[in-house]
Design a protein. Structure first.
Length: 200
């Protein structure tokens, strides 16, 4: 039975959503096309009607994960009663985020792998990181846009690095300590960003 254009588009969306989740859970090389398609509820043969290669799928899936992640972070910041950055830090540097890589930060999940991948995937990661740094730069203080950007990069690197370390260790207490310690350190930045400016 011939698949309609609308059904093909729906299938493509299912594959992208499944791939975005499974690549974060298992890594870019930790899952093959057949399993990815099975996770989307489709046949292996349907893959090549949608994507030229697994690499092409990875680029689109990573972009999808970034788009959803940025939307989520922006929403957390907008709903925050106090500091937007503080609210984001509490969500990002949490046990729940650590324990659900398939729904979390794509950089913390597959970022280390991308240095050995092709230019398409690295370009997607680069674009996503730039967007996240720009978002965080709106939540930190600084005398200039350049100073806010520097602080945002430092905050973002601390967030991602802490999550990677917290997932890497096999000691639950150490994992929680990493998240707690880095969160407390970065919350100082969040508090400074929301403190009233001295007059004069």
């Amino acid at each position: 039975m011939k698949v309609t254009r609308e059904q093909a588009m729906q299938n493509r969306e299912r594959v992208l959503d499944a791939a975005a989740r499974q690549f974060r859970e298992r890594g870019l090389d930790g899952i093959g096309v057949a399993e990815l398609m099975q996770g989307a509820g489709l046949t292996h043969g349907a893959f090549y009607g949608q994507f030229a290669s697994k690499d092409e799928l990875a680029v689109e899936a990573v972009t999808r994960a970034f788009d959803r992640g940025i939307e989520e972070l922006r929403g957390i910041g907008e709903r925050a009663r106090g500091s937007p950055l503080g609210a984001v830090l509490r969500s990002y540097l949490s046990g729940a985020h650590r324990d659900q890589p398939g729904l979390g930060c794509v950089v913390a999940s597959v970022g280390p792998e991308t240095a050995r991948k092709g230019p398409g995937l690295r370009a997607a990661i680069t674009a996503g990181i730039r967007t996240q740094v720009d978002l965080i730069a709106g939540w930190v203080r600084g005398k200039s846009a350049a100073a806010r950007r520097e602080r945002a990069i430092a905050v973002y690197a601390g967030m991602v690095g802490a999550l990677v370390l917290a997932r890497a260790v096999d000691d639950e207490a150490l994992s929680a300590e990493i998240l707690r310690t880095v969160r407390a350190s970065l919350e100082g930045e969040a508090a400074a960003a929301t403190a009233p400016r001295a007059s004069g």
